[in-house]
Design a protein around this ligand. Structure first.
Ligand SMILES: *Cc1c(COP(=O)(O)O)cnc(C)c1O
Length: 385
């Protein structure tokens, strides 16, 4: 194997702490589904799934059949996988064969699944998603009733696992008006199931924010994405939690993630010389510069040009000039004895210093999730203690 120009380390103990914390918040009667769409928010599905299983997770949610396929290659046989988003008709055979759970937001999807279930003599693992006010995907009341009738008439072909919906913005408390409306509508859809005498095994609508701040919305399962990776969904949710627990600080969630590389070259630059492309950076004094072997094509945001910093020998080294496609330069004039091969931390801790994903968010306007999920899949992810 040849070596990639950067590497990501994932902390098993941090993840264990996060899962324990989340389970404690939601209580013993609520199931935890870990949302690992977008390559596990950049953490890497293949490395992350076994880690999470070890930490006590046995249900994963993904956005597509392609992601479900990747999970199934690495997960334990008994682990459940649920597709919340795009599922192509041509993948339905594979999905039913492998007992993958999936959202239904069209009546037609249910008919197609039934035809395959009949052929395979294997029931479809169905979650009916209902429209409560986010207006992305979901059945309206009339279509829900149609689905319920089909399932009631053909019980051998369906496992009606879940009734579900998604809050559009529970992380911002100013949205409460909308969120409460969605919550109420969701309960109305459940009444419709009761009326038709076709009941789901579970109900679920809460993602990280609602799971941590809106207890009544947890029902029988929560779908937690960003929080499992150690990020609070928003300041609203964080401070609500502190108030609720009468605390001034909460350390229950920790980042798992360290992104590292090494110094590729060290060079002297004379006062007045330019560094990298164009005239973006002119040396104001004689400088020592470290060259790093990655750039925007390797996931390091170009918006960090001339801003931001990395850690070398535990000290902050500011970025000089533009982020190139595969290189960028940092000022190490103030850090003694920097050599080729020295460890560089791009995100995470080194000695007493830390660079958060959030610091990228401020300079590049990328959301935490966006920054993480864009990290290229080919960067190797390794699990550390
Ligand atoms: C992404 C997603 C989640 C998880 O959201 P977080 O805010 O990261 O916890 C839950 N449910 C659905 C349908 C999603 O798309």
């Amino acid at each position: 194997m040849v070596k990639n120009s950067s590497r990501i380390e994932l902390s098993q103990s941090a993840l264990q702490g996060n899962i324990n914390f989340l389970k404690k918040q939601i209580g013993p009667n609520v199931k935890l589904s870990c949302v690992i769409k977008a390559n596990a928010y950049g953490h890497g599905i293949e490395s992350y799934v076994p880690m999470a299983e070890k930490a006590g997770v046995n249900h994963f949610s993904v956005a597509s059949s392609a992601e479900a396929y990747r999970v199934k290659q690495v997960c334990r046989p008994a682990t459940r996988v649920m597709i919340m988003g795009i599922l192509y008709d041509e993948d339905l055979d594979w999905v039913l064969e492998n007992e993958v759970e999936f959202y239904v937001f069209h009546y037609k999807r249910l008919e197609k699944a039934m035809a395959i279930a009949e052929k395979m003599e294997k029931p479809a693992q169905v979650h009916l998603e209902v429209e409560t006010g986010a207006n992305r995907t979901g059945l309206i009341l009339e279509s829900l009733e149609k689905c319920l009738k089909l399932m009631k008439a053909n019980p051998q072909h369906f496992n009606f696992i879940g009734l579900c919906t998604h809050f559009g913005g529970a992380e911002t408390f100013a949205n409460d008006f909308k969120i409460q409306k969605q919550y109420k509508r969701f309960k109305d859809y459940y009444k419709c199931c009761q009326k038709n005498k076709v009941l789901p095994q579970i109900r679920h609508l809460a993602s990280s924010a609602a799971a941590l701040s809106f207890a009544a919305s947890r029902f029988e399962m929560v779908r937690v994405g960003v929080a499992q990776y150690g990020f609070w969904p928003s300041p609203d949710v964080y401070y609500y939690h502190l108030t609720l627990k009468n605390k001034t600080i909460e350390t229950g969630l920790r980042r798992l993630f360290t992104w590292k590389t090494e110094v590729m070259d060290v060079r002297q630059v004379k006062e007045g010389e330019f560094i990298g492309y164009g005239t973006a950076y002119q040396a104001t004094h004689d400088m020592t510069i470290a060259v790093l072997p990655l750039g925007y094509s390797n996931g390091y945001p170009r918006g960090q040009s001339n801003r931001g910093h990395v850690l070398i020998h535990g000290k902050k080294a500011p970025i000089c000039g533009l982020i190139n496609m595969n290189l960028f330069m940092v000022d190490v004039s103030h850090i003694p004895d920097v050599h080729i091969g020295d460890a560089v931390v791009l995100i995470g801790r080194q000695k007493n210093n830390v660079i958060n994903v959030a610091s990228f968010t401020e300079s590049t306007q990328l959301m935490n999730q966006e920054m993480m999920s864009r990290l290229p899949a080919d960067i190797p992810r390794t699990v550390v203690r």
